[in-house]
Design a protein around this ligand. Structure first.
Ligand code: MGD
Ligand code: MGD
Ligand code: MO
Length: 786
């Protein structure tokens, strides 16, 4: 029986599954895992899938990878009291007992707290770790740090660093994580779908909780609908290929210019929706003066835009007309704001949508959040699982925006701008990371290497010898989610499935759960009861489930008892009643009644001009959206760095997770990260597919394997984010990353003084064929130890 047959409207149903499988979950979906003689031999998705999600197949690789951290480890120099922190990443490792490791960490935490105070302890620990309500490594770290006195935390994330700070000024909420117009409505009502810097076929494979295939199924429906779909992207993405959509290749970071060219055409042809602008927005007049060139003598004509973005002027004019003549949905991803001036992209997108006047209508307007599996799916049931929390934060702790970590380490006590405030960096002496990989995720790796030498101590809990673990003083081996019990859901705005995450195998080697690691550390600080609340793993899970159970009872959609749910070990799937919001339309309420449903901006309306932002007086983010030239992009290359770089998210892993797995076969080229290079750019350099190339700029150098293609705009190369950093000769002036981490090349600087978001997509590089014997990639080998 397939999933659809089993589902009964308005009820949770236990899904059938193959005999002798254990059900658990990962960010990439609910999983059925087969174990033979105590070893995992197979894994596959538990839910119906029209589209294969290969990430679900590699549970065994995750458990038995040779690059797992097997034992507690300490860096030799650190153990011996050598204060030379430049040894990080190139020292020898010493295996120690858990007891010794706990002593080392507990004593060091106490020393730093006593000597410097809680402001010296950094526990921001950004990262995606693994799903599960209980074993959330970052939350557990912060819970431990909170019960023992507090720590320095960060604000924001690397996903939407720029847009989430500007949007509250524009629409009164961060928007990027809000429920969007449903996929169903788009399939029904949209006439022209613009997929703007978005690649949902890839990105819907994962979710913050656990992915559900339904979002991807809607892509199939969209394709079948035959409606017009345009992808605006420097890369002809998998989504574009799958939908057989029109591809408009654009230079990275120039979308604002394109949108201004469209806006100019609309004004020029008097096709903008004046009634909508008057009733629902403020500041159009100031913006229009800028578009027409009254404020800077430069009309933002289609010709002007074309010079910057690389799309022909006639196409821009045709687009403007197509947008107003059709019910148009501007569906955007986030790549276009991971740049210098990233705030402008979505501010301009919202402005353009306001000019089209379709915000709040079925299938029209804009959507800033179709990245995860069920964003844009119908909202129903209102059921939530409980989850572990980080406890009570110390209210007196300063913070900084997350992507300023390297600056924070290098510039203690120095002031910086953020969203209208002047803040100061703390003076960090100890860094504790659990569940993230900054030596993959943070821009300008060489700068981060320097920054990382500032603290006295770096502690990392990891399942694998990631580049970040390699850069630590103390590494504690963590279990993967398959070695512990947990519970999660699928559905980011809706609970579509409740998934038991039953332990599949015993912990490998000496790995311990982060929970148990921090419980023991809390115990050594006499705070064990505060941390554990005297609950066992199963007691926590029952408590989390009970919250859903009570809510379900109230909603008349009863759930089995926890005991039944846990013993059955089956996914509980829920089918929405159609009426319960399948046709949700973002801003429909606001459109119907802009007074009753006014926005949380000062004017209550969409702010095309924001007096608040204008008053901040920033040169890199002014009162209305505008084209601000980036320090590096396709329009500002040099002979030394003639190519632009874009760093999309990859289909076959989640950031850096699973990099070591057999999924590498799908993308690696000559054993390294792939780089997409245009046929013409490759020919000029004598590069053919499969060649090893060196990619370099003023910040660093990497090796990668060439993929020569017409599926990228000429003048730009693409490297996927998440490649593990594998430096040759760490400590030299410009170590060569043998594997191909793009962030060796990207910029550390923030998007602007307003958002301070990460801005890796504003980067120029040079590429050359690598001649000679390329050094072997070694980052996936276990380091040797004493
Ligand atoms: N150039 C460029 N850089 C980017 C981006 C980009 O587009 N371009 N994107 C950015 C974005 S959007 C993001 S979200 C970040 C992602 O950056 P991260 O979230 O740091 O990336 P992950 O690879 O998911 O890192 C999670 C780490 O947690 C570990 N882990 C998993 N489970 C557990 C556990 O139970 N316990 C412990 N202790 N560890 C565990 C994994 O092994 C892995 O090393 O990257 C950012 N970096
Ligand atoms: N399989 C998989 N899924 C994921 C992730 C993953 O690592 N792997 N990561 C998850 C996370 S944490 C996040 S934040 C989201 C990320 O979701 P997004 O930020 O939307 O993903 P990206 O791949 O960075 O960008 C989407 C598309 O934008 C294009 N692009 C980049 N810069 C520009 C630009 O300046 N202009 C235009 N027009 N296009 C541009 C890229 O080429 C890419 O095709 O995905 C999530 N889903
Ligand atoms: Mo992200």
């Amino acid at each position: 029986m397939d999933l659809t047959q089993q589902l009964e409207k308005g009820r949770f149903v236990s899904l059938e599954k193959p005999a002798n499988t254990i059900t658990t979950a990962a960010h990439w979906g609910a999983l059925n895992v087969t174990v033979e003689n105590g070893r995992v031999v197979k894994s596959e998705g538990s839910l119906l899938k029209q589209h294969q999600n290969e990430l679900q197949d590699v549970v065994a690789d995750q458990l038995y990878s040779p690059v797992r951290v097997k034992y507690p480890m300490v860096r030799k120099g650190y153990l011996e009291g050598n204060k030379d922190t430049t040894l990080r990443g190139r020292d020898e490792w010493v295996r120690i007992s858990w007891d010794k490791a706990f002593d080392l960490v507990a004593n060091e935490m106490q020393r730093v707290r006593q000597q410097y105070g809680s402001e010296a302890i950094f526990g921001g620990s950004y990262g995606w770790y693994s799903c599960g309500s209980l074993h959330a490594s970052r939350t557990l770290l912060q819970r431990y740090l909170n019960v023992t006195g507090g720590f320095i935390n960060t604000k924001g994330d690397y996903s939407t660093g720029a847009v989430q700070v500007i949007m509250p000024h524009v629409v009164g909420n961060i928007e990027v994580y809000a429920q969007q117009t449903s996929w169903h409505t788009i399939v029904e009502s949209t006439e022209l779908l613009v997929i703007w810097s978005s690649n949902p076929l890839n990105t819907l494979r994962i979710a913050w909780t656990s992915a559900d295939p339904e979002g991807i199924d809607y892509l199939a429906k969209l394709k079948a609908s035959g409606k017009r779909i345009i992808c605006i992207d420097p890369v002809r993405s998998e989504t574009c290929q799958f939908l057989e959509a029109e591809w408009l290749p654009i230079h990275t970071g120039t979308d604002v210019a394109l949108m201004l060219g469209i806006a100019h055409t609309l004004i020029n042809e008097n096709k903008h929706d004046k009634a909508f602008l008057a009733n629902y927005t403020v500041g159009f007049e100031q913006f229009a003066d800028y578009v027409l060139g009254k404020t800077d003598n430069q009309p933002k004509t289609a010709e002007w835009a074309s010079q910057i973005c690389g799309i022909p002027a006639e196409t821009i004019q045709t687009l403007a007309n197509a947008f107003v003549e059709n019910r148009t949905m501007l569906m955007s991803g986030w790549g276009l704001q991971r740049l210098q001036h990233g705030e402008q992209s979505h501010w301009m997108l919202v402005t353009l949508a306001a000019m089209l006047g379709q915000i709040g209508l079925q299938g029209g307007g804009f959507g800033l959040n179709y990245r995860y599996s069920t964003d844009g799916l119908s909202m129903h049931s209102g059921i939530r699982l409980g989850a572990i929390n980080a406890g009570k934060p110390n209210p007196n702790m300063p913070f900084f925006p997350v992507a300023r970590i390297a600056d924070a380490l290098l510039k203690p006590n120095q002031p910086f701008d953020y969203n209208g405030q002047t803040l100061h960096y703390p003076d960090i002496k100890l860094v504790y990371w659990a569940g993230g990989n900054p030596f993959a995720h943070h821009p300008d790796t060489n700068y981060l290497v320097k920054a990382w030498q500032q603290p006295e101590t770096v502690i990392v809990n990891e399942c694998y010898w990631t580049p970040t673990a390699r850069m630590a003083d103390i590494v504690l081996p963590a279990t993967t989610s398959y070695e512990r019990n947990d519970v999660t859901v699928s559905g980011d705005y809706v609970v579509k499935n409740i998934i038991p995450m039953k332990q599949v195998v015993e912990p490998q080697f000496e790995a311990k759960n982060d929970y148990d690691i921090f419980a023991e550390l809390a115990k050594r600080a006499s705070k064990e009861a505060e941390f554990t609340e005297n609950k066992s793993e199963m007691e926590w899970l029952e408590e989390f489930y009970q919250i859903a159970f009570e809510a379900a009872k109230k909603a008349n959609t009863p759930l089995p008892t926890f005991k039944e749910f846990w013993t059955e070990n089956k996914v509980l799937a829920f089918k929405a009643e159609q009426e319960q919001g399948n046709s949700f339309v973002r801003y429909q309420d606001y459109r119907k009644d802009p007074v009753q449903h006014k926005l949380a901006t000062p004017s209550g309306k969409i702010e095309i001009f924001s007096q608040i932002v204008a008053n901040m007086g920033y040169d890199d983010c002014k009162g209305h959206p505008m084209w601000l030239e980036h320090r590096e992009y396709a329009g500002k290359t040099t002979s030394a760095e003639p190519l632009a770089l874009v760093t999309p998210h990859i289909k076959y892993r989640l950031h850096s997770q699973l990099s070591y797995s057999s999924l590498r076969q799908y993308y690696e080229v000559n054993g390294r990260e792939p780089v997409l290079i245009h046929t013409q750019d490759a020919a000029e350099r004598g590069i053919t597919s499969g060649d090893i190339v060196r990619i370099f700029n003023k910040r660093g150098q990497i090796l990668a394997g060439a993929v020569v293609t017409d599926g990228i705009i000429q003048g730009t190369v693409a490297l996927y984010e998440g490649g593990w950093y594998d430096p040759q000769d760490l400590g030299s002036t410009s170590p060569l990353c043998k594997n191909g981490n793009p962030n060796v090349l990207t910029h550390n600087e923030g998007s602007s003084k307003l958002g301070q978001g990460n801005a890796p997509n504003t980067t120029t590089v040079q590429v050359e064929k690598f001649i000679g014997d390329a050094p072997k990639v070694t980052v996936f080998d276990e380091p040797s130890y004493i």
